[in-house]
Design a protein around this ligand. Sequence first.
Ligand code: SF4
Length: 298
Amino acid sequence: MQRLDLKVGFSCNCKCDFCVQGDKRLKYKDKKTEELKLLIEQNYNRGFKEIVFTGGECTIRKDLPELVKYASKLGYEIIQIQTNGRMLYYFDLCKSLVESGATEFSPSIHGSYAKMHDSLTSAPGSFEQVTQGIKNLKFLGQRVMTNTVITKQNYKDLPNLAKLLVSLDVDQFQFAFIHILGSADKNKSLMVPKKSDIMPYVKEALDIGIKANKRVMTEAIPYCFMKNYEPYVAEEIIPVTRVEDATWAIENFTKFRLNEGKIKGEKCKECKYYPRCEGPWKEYPEIFGWDEFIPIKK
Ligand code: SF4
């Protein structure tokens, strides 16, 4: 099924050190309610049945339940709220979003304890808010899929985070390698780990989820790092996505990733995964080169 990512604007109540969209918040105004309703309707008429409300931070908008209800009434079958999770602390908001028609929630969590998470989001109290938010959603019987950005600061904490997520009974967790754009680009010397350093921790954390029958995923980590964990490469299953961005649309984000976002090295041609691998985000080898990327023999 094709998916629509609807960026409602770039205002946010966090200031994450790794935010890919961080540059946009001062450049572009948040979209107005009527503008968003028009995009929701136009894309429904184009055939989209799955919509992700994202930003910026969509839950700080007072009109989010109204927009979700609008999408639901039109007939969108999957309505996801992608969020930093802080506002989910408020049970009434969770209830209102569910009653309006939200079908799944994707909050972000970047550490297994407050100091780690709050320092990465630059938002004191955000760890308590997102963990309470997950509890609220599970109490309401909702599907919860978390996302974690892997950074130099938190990669050793991933196994403990996996244990926490299992104890919170999330349905799925995903670890996404930091994308070196926006705020992440400005902080890259402090934040970007080597992929080969993170992998033992990533795999240990995946094992914890797998053992607990959770769906687990990694993003932006090519197959040559994922030996024996290939089925967990998220790019295998990300649906074709149209992105309604600030003032423009990206028709096919998969093609955009392949043509403009990611890159493969010369030696990748020798690799058996070459046809299906997207390679790393192109900024990564600009820092660390290609030595870590060892082609898998055909
Ligand atoms: S094609 Fe390149 S980046 Fe992808 S798995 Fe093979 S060696 Fe790694």
